[in-house]
Design a protein around this ligand. Structure first.
Ligand code: ADP
Ligand code: MG
Length: 653
């Protein structure tokens, strides 16, 4: 039977689930009891479900009946009746509920088949069918729980107890009592219980579970840390900022679970199919019964006609492929995307932060007014103080390296894709694109223009710095290509995907980076709305578009694209929320990987659907012509459903 509706979601939402295999933190040498305990925790919801209990009890009655029959007792019949009633009760109950609510469901067919078998005195057949079908459901649920658990175990967990300093005293609390603002004391070897910021101490912290970075990151005063990271070497005192359900880890968990629970378009088709499948089965069984005068054949038709394999075909594949992706640190949000990505025609790539590392450095300062370069950088970096753009970080770092103290900006404004504006010590400072400043009537002299062009041809991004209404100077920054960008571009091209670079940077700098990456089609000097317009134009031509961006100033294009892909999403909330797919680690080759996975998923879904339709047809013929008994029908039916699930599970590998 279809296990999807009834699959216990709790199996996946247990946060305390222990890890399995290498990615987990439970060592392979963990004591047997502990591993068994982990297993029990993971599958507890399935193993203690009514279905499991009714299967086991029914099986016991069935076996008792066989023993009695072997011993020649006539009371064996009553054991079989008991087995049929016990194992059949969850099915019969679902059948009655569906009929009562005038809903058509798969249980109606099986329920009627069991009731019919019992009413003609075929207690043994009724019992075997009930135990097998219910047992099959349990197996299906276990398999699906396994697919879900892959994700849960990957994302590991947070400790159950935390050491906290409250009012100067150290107390150990259950993690559930932790509040934002608490001071957590973290010892070496411990996992962090909350997202927060380091207020004392320094240590190397392993945050590979969220960022994919396997080398521990040094953390000291003011650095942000994630729940679930492992403190490797020193003592840390951390102010908790986000606890419990609000941590990045918990949100990632939720997103994956929601995605697995969401329905793909193909699945909705399967649901609709079930609507006419079931009445058809009833009519067919009636016709077979009327023509042959054989009730048993009619019953067998009912059993084999159940579209269980068909109903399971898509969701199991989706769950498995989303689980696989999550293990690779790719968050896929929603079942649709697992299908759609593989059919992408165009991938639009942002430049800064996507094709490049997004860690530009200041390469040149050009003074065009009566100030010195220190003052130029001080003004520019101060104006950029509150910006999140990678360029602004470059300016602040450069100022820091030169030990230039920054001023407090007032009235800060950031214009996405153009630049920033702020008042710094009485001067109205604007830093950004030359064309943006020209639009505001701030023009550059011939010398400045020549210098700009010279630097751009050499692959630098040149920012104009204006003080009040005059150009003060230029700041050149340069970003480097991601080491894996060329490979990712080549792989995507091999998948027959058209690649286009979309950037707000000037055409000369853009061309330099594009040719380095191996991308031929470039659109430069774009504003965020131009990126959006291009995406819409392609869509209007019937192209399916994916856009890969860093999620902050690319938000409109990310949202409009059929698939919005956010890079390095672990840190930024916007990226995690607005994208359809998020790469938790910073690896651009995830893009061809997810395309390939999506294509494999679609293939498995098609195989599953074709297989279940053919199997159904064949077994209905066999049942109608009396080649198989109701018991044989139940075996055929359940093996079909299991085959579909096992085929889907292959996607986990
Ligand atoms: P990309 O499309 O390459 O990611 P953006 O759209 O973020 O680039 O920005 C386009 C251009 O706008 C940058 O090359 C830069 O010249 C200017 N710009 C954007 N944000 C800022 C900023 N915070 N400070 C200075 N210049 C900026
Ligand atoms: Mg960008």
């Amino acid at each position: 039977m279809s296990a999807i509706e009834s699959a216990p979601s709790g199996a996946a939402s247990t946060v305390r689930v222990q890890a399995e295999g290498a990615s987990g933190f439970l060592p392979a040498s963990a004591p047997r009891a502990e591993r068994l305990g982990g297993w029990w925790k993971r599958y507890r919801d399935v193993l203690t479900s009514i279905e499991t209990i009714a299967t086991v009890a029914g099986l016991a009655c069935l076996a008792a009946g066989w023993l009695l029959a072997v011993a020649g007792h006539s009371s064996s019949r009553w054991c079989w009746l008991a087995a049929a009633l016990i194992s059949g009760s969850p099915i019969l109950k679902a059948c009655v509920t569906s009929l009562w609510q005038r809903r058509i469901s798969v249980e109606v067919l099986v329920g009627l088949a069991i009731a019919a078998a019992l009413s003609i005195g075929e207690f043994h057949a009724g019992a075997v069918v009930a135990v097998m079908l219910l047992g099959g459901t349990v197996l299906e649920q276990l398999t699906i729980a396994r697919a879900r658990n892959c994700v849960t175990s990957l994302l590991a967990n947070v400790p159950e107890k935390v050491l906290v300093r409250r009012n100067g005293v150290e107390v150990e609390l259950p993690a559930s009592e932790l509040r934002a603002g608490d001071r957590i004391i973290s010892r070496p070897g411990e996992r962090l219980a909350a997202d927060g910021v380091v207020v004392e101490g320094d240590s190397a912290v392993d945050e590979s579970h969220i960022t994919g970075e396997s080398i521990p990151v040094d953390k000291s005063l003011g650095d942000k840390v994630f729940a679930g990271s492992i403190n490797q070497s020193g003592m840390l005192e951390i102010e908790a900022l986000k606890v419990g359900r609000d941590t990045t880890l918990a949100r990632i968990h939720r997103l994956v679970e929601e995605a697995q629970a969401s329905q793909a378009p193909v699945q909705r088709v399967a649901d609709r199919v079930a609507q006419w499948y079931v009445p058809l089965a009833l009519v067919l069984a009636g016709v077979v019964w009327a023509l042959t005068g054989n009730v048993e054949r009619g019953i067998t038709v009912l059993i084999v006609f159940c579209p269980c394999a068909l109903v399971l075909a898509t969701p199991t594949a989706i769950i498995a492929s989303i689980g696989h992706a999550a293990r690779q640190l790719i968050l896929v949000k929603g079942g649709e995307f697992a299908e759609v990505v593989g059919q992408t025609h165009i991938v639009g790539l942002d430049k800064t932060g996507t094709l490049t590392l997004g860690r530009p450095v200041v390469t040149k300062l050009v003074v065009l007014d009566s100030i010195d370069s220190t003052e130029l950088l001080r003004l520019a970096a101060s104006a950029e103080r509150f910006s999140e753009h990678p360029i602004s970080l470059a300016l602040r770092r450069a100022a820091e390296q030169r030990e230039i103290s920054l001023l407090e900006p007032a009235g800060f404004r950031s214009i996405p894709g153009c630049g920033v504006e702020a008042r710094v010590g009485g001067t109205r400072v604007r830093v950004g694109r030359q064309d943006w400043l020209e639009k505001q009537e701030i023009t550059m002299d011939a010398r400045g223009r020549a210098r700009t062009e010279e630097l751009q041809v050499a692959g630098h991004t040149v920012l104009t710095v204006a003080g009040d209404d005059r150009v003060l100077g230029l700041v050149a920054v340069r970003d480097v290509l991601r080491p894996e960008a060329r490979e990712a571009v080549a792989l995507l091209r091999g998948q027959n995907i058209r690649l286009v670079m979309l950037t707000g940077d000037n055409p000369r700098a853009a061309a330099a980076i594009a040719s380095e990456a191996g991308i031929e089609e470039v659109h430069a000097a774009l504003l965020p709305e131009d990126k959006l317009r291009l995406v819409r134009e392609w869509q209007a031509q019937g192209q399916r578009v994916a856009f890969v961006g860093d999620g902050v100033n690319d938000a409109p294009a990310l949202a409009a694209a059929d698939i919005g892909v956010a890079m390095a999403a672990a840190g930024t909330d916007v990226a995690l929320e607005t994208s359809d797919i998020a790469f938790l680690n910073d690896d651009l080759t995830q893009m061809p990987r997810i395309v390939a996975l999506s294509r494999r998923t679609l293939k498995v879904i098609r195989q599953n659907i074709a297989f279940s339709v053919l199997l159904n047809l064949a077994s209905v013929l066999a049942a109608g012509s009396g080649w198989i008994s109701p018991i044989g029908g139940a075996v055929l039916h359940e093996s079909g459903a299991m085959a579909v699930i096992l085929n889907a599970i292959r996607l986990l590998r």
